[in-house]
Design a protein around this ligand. Structure first.
Ligand code: ZN
Length: 704
């Protein structure tokens, strides 16, 4: 049976690229069951062997895992870009099987023991650094799933795992329910003062869904919710201070009382995490989390956050003063009594006053073909690779999808990628992302080749072309494309042949955004910006003042924004590092103390933000929220290397680009990210470039 399915099912029957056109939802379940069954059999057989050499273990393991991964990556990809009810059902049916298999693989004691034996063997010193890292990180990942524990500890550990998963789900459901159950109904024109048409349209649509079939954007009623697309524009535009206050007070106390109260869940989660850390031999959960991250220790993380706080605080104080000044100049009462619920409103007024930027008016200057040409040109100059649209007919999942080849200067193919640029709300999920179809690997080389080349998917959600008008992008869509392309470059330009540590595989969580944010920096580089922007009809360049506005808007209210991120990062670290779940200081008190030490305007006494902080209590960011800032330090410092060498010196840019390609992009997860960064920069990362790029340096007059 299995033999025939491997030949007849298009999810399984492909070597280089799948035939997306012939894959349907009915293929999913049989294909996944077949590959998982096969992998399970192979794994059991492998566990029964006693591998003498590393390749006796790692080669079959890479092969059996890849068969599952590459099939699943096609399924997940189609789930994201060509979704149908049938595909969703098939996906949901098989997903638990995939999770169960990856748990089984990660928790295999036989594999764990074999790996540790290699580490202790005499041949270890002769292994390549990539191989050593592959084995070491694999051992560590397995230990974090409890594999190395004794029988009795393992039982506690597994109970801990299950209870934590249950609590995370409840925490996040409580936040969702608390968000969903609140609505604010508005009936009179007086209530909607200041609101933009787009929000009135959304609010009337929400009203129709909530029992007001007669609702219209012009005549109401209008329903405002705590969902971000409703809440944020309301806070930015409503001139009704009382309503802004009402909404603000609701949002800061979400999921903090009654049936949906997350306070006891939070206490239990923190206590269980500490127990988990201790079981695994760490003293705190922060230490456990950092054991698989780039940051060397909690002290370095806090040091970064404190330094950012010190840099951002004066700028944030200035931001606040500017809002008060603007309110004063317009005779508004907020000038002498600025409250939390006034800040988004006045910040938006200041933005309108300072920048005449209108996202929509910029679109004609960023037609996709021009932006792509500029991006590919930049990549050629920086990394000496050519990107060409493939002339071969490649099966795609939608006619708008394009397929490109990446070649070195001699024309040898290095990698390829699909670009799916346009929004298709009926079948494609929102946002932008990069994912991989297959990665570079020697073991998985097709017959006749030395290596399998990487293939990436880049998916965006921009406006499709209409008749003769190309897709016209907002500036944010441009930076997003550069960002995702950075991830793709790290996947595609790897030179590592050992699959599990090639490209983006095995890169630490707090370092994965280095390549992507590095590429984003170029959108703020004037010559690059000039190169990618030209009016799609007239060919005119962006007006000088528009370029200046784009560059200046990048750092608008950066002091306040940074401080907020730093505040979240500090709370996260404090709770996972020194907070004692059995002690007298509650998480709410930790929040209150850190707000006082950090923010320009302390939080209100009733603020229970932590009760809705799903990132750290229900997501993957526990003792890792700092990662956002950590990665920004890396990308800013990486870009600063180019600034120091001279951005208008083509030889210097090319030299450094080559270095970036040979380190960050080539080595990927095969070395520790600190080592990779140091190879590129010649030293460990420094924070100065980020502070400078964000405009947070002390102003001259304040230094005296
Ligand atoms: Zn990213």
């Amino acid at each position: 049976m299995n033999q025939s399915i491997f030949q007849t099912n298009p999810l399984l029957n492909w070597t280089t690229l799948p035939d997306f056109e012939s894959i349907t939802a009915e293929h999913v379940q049989p294909a996944m069951e077949a590959v998982l069954g096969q992998a399970e059999t192979d794994l059991t057989a492998l566990e029964g062997t006693d591998p003498a050499e590393w390749y006796d273990l790692l080669v079959p393991m890479e092969k059996l895992a890849d068969r599952v991964e590459r099939t699943w990556s096609v399924v997940s990809h189609l789930h994201g870009v060509r979704n149908t009810p049938e595909l969703r059902a098939a996906y949901e049916n098989v997903q638990p099987l995939v999770v169960a298999f990856s748990n089984r693989l990660a928790q295999s004691e036989g594999i764990y023991l074999a790996l540790t034996q290699f580490r202790e063997s005499d041949s270890w010193s002769g292994y390549s650094s990539a191989l050593k890292r592959c084995i070491e990180t694999s051992i560590r990942d397995r230990e974090l799933t409890g594999v190395g524990l004794s029988e009795d500890k393992r039982a506690t550990f597994n109970a801990n795992t299950n209870r934590l998963a249950e609590l995370a789900t409840r925490f996040s459901n409580n936040v969702l329910d608390a968000t969903r159950t609140f609505t604010m109904e508005l009936f009179s024109r007086d209530d909607i003062q200041g609101l933009p048409d787009s929000l009135l349209g959304l609010a009337a649509q929400t009203a129709r869904a909530k029992g007001h079939p007669e609702a219209s954007p012009e005549h109401g009623p209008w329903v405002i919710t705590l969902d971000m697309p409703s809440f944020i524009p309301f806070m930015q535009h409503s001139t009704r201070r009382d309503l802004r206050e009402k909404l603000y007070r609701v949002v800061i106390t979400r999921a903090s009382d009654g049936d949906l109260n997350n306070t006891p869940l939070m206490d239990e989660i923190l206590a269980l995490r500490r127990e988990r850390a201790v079981l695994l031999g760490f003293s705190t959960y922060a230490e456990l989390s950092l054991s698989r991250k780039m940051a060397p220790g909690a002290d370095r993380v806090e040091d970064l956050l404190f330094r950012l706080r010190d840099a951002a605080r004066p700028a944030a104080d200035r931001d606040m003063e500017e809002l008060r000044e603007l309110a004063r100049s317009l005779g508004a009462p907020e000038a002498e009594d600025m409250c939390h619920w006034d800040i988004p409103f006045w910040a938006e007024r200041l933005r309108e006053k300072r920048f005449s930027l209108n996202e929509e008016e910029l679109r004609p200057y960023f037609p996709l073909p021009r932006v792509l040409d500029g991006l590919f040109e930049l990549v050629r100059e920086l990394f000496n690779v050519q990107i060409r649209e493939s002339c071969e007919q490649v099966p795609v999942w939608n006619q708008a999808v394009r397929y490109f080849r990446v070649e070195d200067s001699a024309g040898n193919r290095l990698a390829s990628f699909y670009l799916d640029p346009y929004s298709r709300p009926e079948e494609k999920r929102g946002g932008a992302w990069m994912s991989d179809l297959v990665g570079r690997s020697a073991v998985l080389a097709p017959t006749g080749s030395a290596v399998r080349l990487p293939v990436a998917f880049i998916c965006c959600n921009q406006t499709p072309p209409v008749d003769d008008t190309p897709s016209l992008m907002t500036f944010r869509e441009v930076t997003t494309l550069f960002h995702e392309f950075g991830h793709a470059l790290q996947h595609m330009l790897t030179t590592v042949d050992l699959g599990p540590v090639a490209g983006i595989n095995n890169v630490e969580w707090d370092a994965v955004e280095l390549a992507s944010q590095f590429m984003e920096n170029w959108c703020y580089h004037r010559p690059t910006l000039e190169r990618i922007a030209a009016h799609y009809e007239t060919g005119a360049s962006l007006p000088e003042e528009t370029i200046n506005s784009i560059l200046a808007a990048r750092t608008f209210r950066e002091g306040s924004n940074t401080l907020r991120q730093v505040f979240f990062g500090l709370m996260d670290m404090d709770l996972h590092l020194r907070h004692d779940p059995a002690g007298t200081e509650t998480p709410a008190m930790v929040q209150e103390r850190l707000a006082r030490e950090t923010l320009t305007m302390p939080t209100l006494a009733e603020d229970r933000f932590l009760c809705s902080f799903s990132h750290i209590f229900a997501g993957g960011y526990a003792a890792g929220y700092y990662s956002y800032k950590w990665a920004e330090v890396l990308s800013a410092d990486g870009f600063a290397a180019f600034e120091e060498a001279g951005l208008d010196d083509p030889a210097a840019v090319q030299r450094l680009g080559g270095k970036f390609r040979n380190t960050v992009l080539a080595l990927g997860g095969s070395r520790h990210p600190m080592e990779v960064f140091t190879l590129f920069r010649g030293r460990e990362p420094r924070i100065d470039a980020l502070i400078r790029h964000m405009g947070l340096e002390q102003k001259e007059e304040e230094q005296s």
